[in-house]
Design a protein around this ligand. Structure first.
Ligand code: NAD
Length: 339
């Protein structure tokens, strides 16, 4: 069993802990919080040993009825691999600790590529992650872009990608972010950083991206245009998407044309937390004009898509599974991602 520690039990960390704990080849040996609160209480209910960054705060946890197993430093010593899901920019500062105990570590997309020197997406570069000491699972938007671009490029060749991301203002549980009533160009400059981030996984892809933030919490929406090297038909692209387990096709017959209906659908399917781990590609939006000009809309559930990728990254770095196909199938089956 691969012993996994989750440093930072927040939006991503709590989902990673649950996804890891249902894998046949992994176990959670601990999760960490900085303050007592609802998530710390949930960690305790789940039976995850809870460690804290600043052990002098132990009394505050004990007073809140939450048992502390020890310090983050002690947790790291017990792990084979650490998933650092602390807020963006914080994780870099933890690297010295992972180096000190020679532990493998995974960072999430809020950190720069350079912190790990390797950026991961299971559908694109699983094999390159095998046995690595450090990796970074790219952000939710980059994950969604990489999955679809890699698939289309491997079959038709992609000459150029243009993508616009309509980004959620904050996660549903986040009361501090916004905007409440604005469309914010973020960044205002074009291209945005998302294109170079895709290139950290797919270096040969020519891509220009732009992004804005809107007052919604549920998901991001991408408008993507790919100029293809070889002609394709809509039907061919649809068949390819159907065959890819992390690309979900939203059929016209569902009547779903929004992120709200999509989130309701995944909740009604009794997915944990209503999570959509796949790209939600709107079948009706998919168009191929003049044979080589592909367009589509896709919804990306920011809280969920990187979670299954993180599980695959753990397995590549610290497990025995040598192919992406095998790991993706194991991860999907364990979390309940079925067609
Ligand atoms: P979050 O704020 O929801 O959770 C972070 C957790 O880390 C909190 O529980 C906090 O208590 C804990 N923490 C803070 N400082 C710590 C420290 N020094 N040591 C240990 N724990 C500490 O953040 P998040 O949204 O889960 O983001 C985590 C990472 O995942 C970031 O890199 C982020 O960019 C990335 N990410 C987030 C999303 C998203 O939509 N939320 C999507 C994809 C990737």
């Amino acid at each position: 069993m691969i012993k996994v520690a989750v440093n930072g039990y927040g939006t991503i960390g709590k989902r990673v802990a649950d996804a890891v704990s249902c894998q046949p080849d992994m176990e959670i040996i601990g999760v960490s919080k900085t303050k007592p609160g609802a998530e710390a209480y949930v960690a305790q209910k789940r039976g995850y040993p809870l460690y804290i960054a600043d052990i002098s705060k132990k009394d505050a946890f004990t007073k809140a009825g939450i048992q502390v197993a020890g310090s983050v430093e002690e947790m790291i010593q017990k792990a084979d691999i650490v998933v650092d899901a602390t807020p963006g920019g914080v994780g870099e500062g933890n690297k010295a600790l992972y180096e000190k105990y020679q532990k493998k570590a995974i960072w999430e997309g809020g950190e720069e590529h350079e912190v790990a020197g390797f950026s991961f997406n299971a559908s694109c570069n699983y094999e390159q992650a095998i046995g690595r000491q450090y990796a970074r699972v790219v952000s939710c938007n980059t994950t969604g872009l990489c999955r679809i671009i890699k698939l289309i490029d491997s079959v038709f060749g992609v000459k150029k990608v243009r993508a616009t991301m309509v980004r959620r203002g904050g996660d549903p549980g986040d009361i501090k972010r916004g905007p409440i009533d604005a469309i914010v160009l973020n960044p205002v400059t074009i291209p945005s950083h998302h294109g170079p981030d895709v290139q950290s996984v797919l270096p040969n892809i020519n891509i220009i991206t732009s992004a804005m933030i809107v007052p919604t919490t549920l998901m991001h929406m991408h408008f993507i245009n790919m100029e293809l090297k070889n002609p394709a038909t809509k039907e061919q692209v649809i068949e390819l998407i159907k065959a890819h387990s992390r690309l979900g096709l939203i059929e016209k017959s569902t009547g779903i044309t929004s992120t709200a209906q999509l989130k309701e659908f995944t909740s009604d399917l009794l997915r944990p937390r209503g999570d959509l781990w796949e790209n939600g590609i709107f079948a009706d939006s998919l168009s191929v004009l003049d044979g080589t000009d592909l367009y589509l809309f896709q919804a990306i559930h920011q809280e969920a898509d990187v979670v299954v990728e993180t599980v695959d990254c753990i397995r590549a770095m610290a497990g025995d599974v040598k192919t992406a196909m095998e790991s993706i199938a194991m991860t999907n089956k364990a979390v309940g991602l079925t067609a």
